[in-house]
Design a protein around this ligand. Structure first.
Ligand code: AP5
Ligand code: MG
Length: 248
């Protein structure tokens, strides 16, 4: 079960506390991979099995976006514009948001950092922060998939307005078109899943985020996993690799 209390503190700020029992061995992973490769989808499976909480910086920005415009700082407004266009939010803004939420990194439940870090500069900042919190990363799960397939996954994605569950019009359609299976909420297409923004996101990924694989390879943390096949197949592959590499 997702740890709603930690998740809410991550999205909306506040103290990161939960009453759920803590895992004996909290796991700390970074999820890496192109936009649309399936990081969020795999995070759900991983979270269910290992208890670690999915902490997505993209979800934080989407939560902020729903706040009244007059309450947003100039840096936040700039971040919203960058996101809409498919560009990266500035390193300083992202890093300060993660630092404000450091309690969620050190909650004792473990984490699946999804979408952060996205540049080598952010990776250095994370390393320093985790050093201060005395936390060691268990690994960096780098999901790999052909660009053509990634574009198909992104352009067919639909997200629930209420509970944020994702569907896909072809690969994982809801039972009733436009309606969430889980909560009955309305499904929408993310602004950055439109063709112009997808192009920019993929280019940005190649330029700024792909070099992170090399960075984490040097750190001895990189675990590259093929994201081909159904979500269940990708997860089975992930479980097998984690068992072999980390004995979990
Ligand atoms: P973010 O929210 O992190 O988006 P992203 O990295 O672009 O990744 P996505 O969420 O689009 O894809 P995903 O890999 O999670 O795929 P999913 O599981 O949904 O970031 C958004 C924006 O925020 C950035 O562009 C930037 O502006 C800003 N931002 C965030 N963090 C930042 C940072 N650190 N620095 C700077 N800026 C930052 O799957 C996609 C679809 O495919 C779904 O429809 C799903 O149902 C389907 N699917 C999944 N797996 C499979 C499968 N195996 N087979 C078939 N279909 C599948
Ligand atoms: Mg995602």
């Amino acid at each position: 079960m997702a740890n709603e209390a930690i998740l809410n503190a991550w999205l909306y700020g506040g103290e990161c506390k939960s009453n759920l029992p803590k895992p004996a061995r909290p796991l700390h992973f970074v999820l890496l991979g192109a936009p649309g490769v399936g990081k969020g989808t795999q995070a759900e499976f991983l979270s269910k099995k290992y208890g670690a909480v999915q902490l997505s910086t993209g979800d934080v920005f989407r939560a902020i976006k729903n706040m009244p415009a007059e309450t947003l700082s100039p840096a936040m407004k700039e971040a919203m514009e960058a996101m809409k266009a498919g560009k990266l939010v500035s390193d300083d803004t992202v890093i300060s948001i993660v630092k404000e939420r450091r309690g969620c990194l050190a909650s004792g439940y473990g984490f699946l950092l999804d979408g952060f870090p996205r540049t080598v500069y952010q990776a250095e900042a994370l390393k320093t922060l985790l050093g201060e919190l005395n936390i060691k990363l268990d690994g960096v799960l780098n999901y790999a998939l052909d660009t053509e397939e990634v574009v198909k996954r992104l352009s067919g994605r639909r997200t629930c307005k209420q509970c944020k569950t994702t569907f896909h019009v072809i690969f994982n359609p809801p039972k009733v078109e436009g309606v969430c299976d889980k909560c009955g909420g309305e499904l929408f297409q993310r602004e950055d899943d439109r063709p112009e923004a997808i192009r920019v996101r993929l280019q940005t990924y190649e330029e700024s985020t792909a070099p992170l694989a090399k960075y984490y390879e040097k750190e001895g943390l990189l675990i590259t996993i093929s994201a081909e096949g159904s979500p269940e197949e990708v997860f089975n592959r992930t479980e097998k690799i984690l068992k072999e590499r980390l004995g979990i």
